[in-house]
Design a protein around this ligand. Structure first.
Ligand SMILES: [Fe+2]
Length: 408
């Protein structure tokens, strides 16, 4: 007997879920070495700070958090999204009443953009109906994104959002005086637009709309990055993929594909372990799942379930220069990892942050077309231990490099 599959009208398209993940929007870590990590992500990798949040000023936080010498968390960005990376104090996060982190979950959140506010609200109901553990729904400030937070089978927080604040040429974030539009519950629909919110703040509430956090680069701009002087010889142009170590690859694959709608691109086998690569758009993968048994044997830190957080830089040249730059600043860079662990990419670098988290830097990711087929293994670029000075292009080289706006 055929099982009836529920269908949803998503903007006029009939889908098996009431939302469609479009891309990875942001990602974050909880760290003990907050200051060293901040220096790594801000000064070395170049994420701009877009807001700070002092959790000791939150009346719902326990005395232990209020007694910390510094309980700030940092929102950072590589482009115009208010945040694409967040760094929070693990000592603070472990005390949150509204969220729980398992002992080796140091990922603060893995955050996916959906297509509309309605998709966020409908996703909330969909998760409720399927008894997916939900953390909260509403709209957080800073960042202004409407969202719903759920846990995956390993306790990783997955957030689904619409409408993150955009920070423009003046590097000014939305002021705190506009945070009254935050929500701690399911919003009724429809909501007023952001333009209407700004008009209201400006004309009805007398808010100085230019009084928010403003970022200024403090480091000397010594490097010519393809025609622009920047403090580091590369620019992060995209975030993701996220690689996770999980307890049960099969269970996680079912959750991410069947519940969330990710598409399996391909899988690899490494020392008998199944590794699964999943996508949400035309990129080879935006998420990959690896069995936890590989974590120690590959030399990854056992304090975290994050195998790596990927950041794409603007070109192959930038990637080469990033390696030398990071090494010159004392950053540990791993020896080449087996290609089975990085399917769909060619030259990649794995750098270790002060906390032991692995950052995967790359410049190219294979793009998947309408028929969902991957490039045959024999047609992929053969990698050499010695990186060439320049490469022949592939059919999809630089096709996903569409960074909007100036590099710095
Ligand atoms: Fe978020």
């Amino acid at each position: 007997m055929a099982i009836a599959v529920q269908q949803y009208n998503v903007g006029g398209i009939v889908l098996p879920r009431p939302f469609k993940v479009r891309r990875l929007g942001h990602f974050g870590f909880n760290a003990l070495k907050v200051w060293e990590s901040l220096a790594f992500y801000n000064a070395l990798l170049g994420f701009k700070i877009s807001d700070e949040l002092d959790f000791s000023k939150n009346p719902n936080m326990p005395e232990a958090v209020k007694a910390l010498p510094d309980a700030r968390g940092f929102f950072m960005r590589h482009g115009t999204d208010h945040h694409s990376f967040v760094l929070f104090n693990k000592r603070v996060m472990d005390f949150r009443a509204d969220r729980t982190f398992r002992p080796d979950v140091t990922i603060n959140q893995i955050t996916w953009q959906v297509g509309s506010l309605r998709e966020v609200v409908d996703a909330f109901h969909y998760f409720q109906e399927r008894e997916v553990p939900i953390q909260r729904v509403g709209r957080d400030m800073p960042g202004s994104n409407w969202h719903c937070y759920v846990y995956d089978p390993d306790g990783h927080t997955n957030e689904f959002y619409y409408g993150i604040e955009q920070v423009g040429w003046d590097d000014i974030s939305k002021p705190r005086a506009m945070y009254y539009r935050g929500f701690r519950e399911e919003p009724s629909l429809p909501q007023i637009s952001e333009n209407a919110e700004v008009v209201e703040a400006l004309h009805d509430k007398g808010v100085d709309i230019f009084s928010g956090y403003r970022y200024e680069e403090k480091l000397p701009a010594r490097y010519d990055v393809e025609g622009v002087l920047l403090p580091r010889p590369f620019k992060i142009t995209k975030i993701g993929p996220v690689h996770l170590f999980v307890d049960d690859v099969d269970a996680s694959e079912v959750f991410y594909t069947q519940t969330l709608g990710f598409v399996k691109t391909e899988e690899s086998t490494y020392h008998g372990a199944r590794c699964v690569f999943l996508r949400t758009g035309s990129e080879h993968h935006s998420l990959a799942l690896f069995p936890k048994a590989l974590r120690a044997s590959l030399g990854f830190s056992t304090h975290t379930t994050c195998k790596s957080f990927g950041v794409e830089v603007g070109s192959y040249q930038q990637l080469r220069e990033a390696v030398a730059f990071l090494k010159s600043h004392g950053v540990t860079v791993l020896d080449a990892l087996p290609p089975e662990l990085s399917l769909g990419m060619d030259y990649v670098v794995h750098a270790i942050d002060p906390e032991g988290h692995c950052i995967q830097l790359y410049y190219y990711m294979e793009q998947i077309g309408w028929d969902g087929r991957v490039r045959p293994p024999q047609a992929r670029r053969p990698l050499t231990a010695e990186w060439p000075e320049a490469l022949e292009p592939l059919s999809d080289t630089y096709v996903d490099q569409v960074f909007q706006g100036p590099l710095g």
